[in-house]
Design a protein around this ligand. Sequence first.
Ligand SMILES: [Zn+2]
Length: 285
Amino acid sequence: MAFEKSLDIIKSAQRSNTSVFSVNCIDYNTIAGVIRAAEATQTPVLVQLYPEHSSLNKTIDFEGFASTVKRLASEVKVAIGLHLDHCYTYEEIRRAADAGFTSVMYDASTLPTEENAAKTKVIVDEMHARGVAVEGEIGHVGLAAEDSGSDLDLYTKPDVAKMFYEASGVDALAIAIGNAHGFYKGTPHLDIDRLDQIHAATGDLALVLHGGSGIPDDQLEVAFARGINKFNYGTNYLWAYYRAIASFVKEHESEAYTDVLGLAIPTQDALCEHMTDRFKLCHFK
Ligand SMILES: [Zn+2]
């Protein structure tokens, strides 16, 4: 049984002075691909669901996601966690906790800081009573396509991060230091000085980096060694999935409809290969 609480895995990343990947998955193939790569490289990982992939895109429901992760985790030795990504409603967070997610992100980062902290604390108190860890966000990680990653007003301020941590009691905190969601237009540059200041101000709090696809590896290595303990990875993983499906369809054009049955294995192989390469950035001791 290698299903472990997310917070235990994040703490183990902290002790190793590295970061755990938290990978956005949407269905059986994406879950299987990342868990196979984790086992092959003995790299602990969090498997995360973005609620809108369920509610809007209908790729999977919370309960099916949780049971698939737990089932596949039970077949490997490496530690596998289950996390709910950016969630904006208490109702969905409760549903995730009911389904067995052991950590959730409550994102009220578009609200004024005090309101964000107050609303986050409500869910922290409720989730802690159930043994579920909570990630909050301060500053705002925008969309790379809108180039919002370069707006300094949205970067996390160290004193505000400290105040938010103390007021909300979160277990992990997503920060904005030049990162953004989606594909970047140019090369992003993480503000490592700011990361150092936030890390110094928040002590043993686990800091989280979102918008991980496209940040150069050398910058990630530095960030992981200096306070980032959870790293959200989605865009490039889903892009690898898309490419694997597209090349399969191209190879099998005009053949029998039963060929679709052959799609799962090569796409899982491609996803496993992709994550096996990415896991080189993790240095668990
Ligand atoms: Zn995010």
